[in-house]
Design a protein. Structure first.
Length: 212
């Protein structure tokens, strides 16, 4: 158990690096340096770079699955679950950037399939959640797949460094404004007042801080 905990501690140090660098551009010396350990120590916990990449992809897939459980949890209000979906989409855009997807496609197609299956399962759960919300009159009857695809495209665009400069807006404000757009798209007018947006400012700020 202790070994697993140490392995996870070192792995947490490399996750932000994978967000900004292609796997193919990193060797084991680079990874050990980012983990702040010797190469010999690293090999006590990780057999290869492929082992670390697989662990990263599995952690991303597990994150998608954690959101699926909350989406179908009827003990959580529709508005809260909508906010969870938004936060999940934002974190997915942060932790699974385009450069990572491209690297997986070129060098680790099997791991890319793992990630795509997890995303497909997330869509299935969202569709169930969405259809239940429509039946209750909480959600507008829009295409659930397009709703999530829009998140993926727009959030990745907002997170590009040039976006805030081009449109003279802070990253925090851009994400908050986009959240409000999504709320207006999905939730029917009669339920809009029931959505408490107070916590979204803090949640978005926490994600932004992880980008630094």
């Amino acid at each position: 158990m202790e070994k697993d905990q140490i392995r996870y501690k070192y792995f947490e140090k490399i996750k932000p690096v994978f967000r900004k660098n292609r796997f193919s551009q990193l060797n084991m010396d680079d990874i050990a340096r980012h983990m702040d350990i010797s190469k010999a120590t690293m090999y006590k916990y990780f057999s290869s770079k492929d082992d670390i990449v697989k662990l990263f992809v599995d952690s991303c897939a597990d994150y998608f699955k954690s959101g699926e459980k909350m989406m179908v949890d009827q003990g959580i209000s529709y508005s809260e679950r909508f906010q969870i979906v938004f936060e999940h989409s934002l974190k997915a855009a942060v932790y699974v950037p385009d450069i990572l997807l491209q690297d997986l496609k070129e060098a680790y197609p099997n791991l890319l399939d793992t990630l795509l299956r997890a995303e497909q399962e997330r869509l299935t759960c969202f569709r169930q959640f969405f259809e239940a919300g429509v039946a209750e009159g909480v959600f507008n009857p829009i295409n659930p797949a397009l709703f999530l695809v829009q998140d993926d495209v727009v959030l990745r665009r907002i997170l590009e460094p040039a976006f805030t400069i081009q449109f003279d807006i802070t990253l925090k404000q851009a994400l908050l404004d986009y959240y409000l757009i999504k709320k207006q798209q999905l939730i029917t007018p009669s339920f809009l007042d029931s959505v408490d947006d107070a916590g979204m400012d803090k949640k978005i700020l926490q994600v932004i801080q992880q980008l630094s």
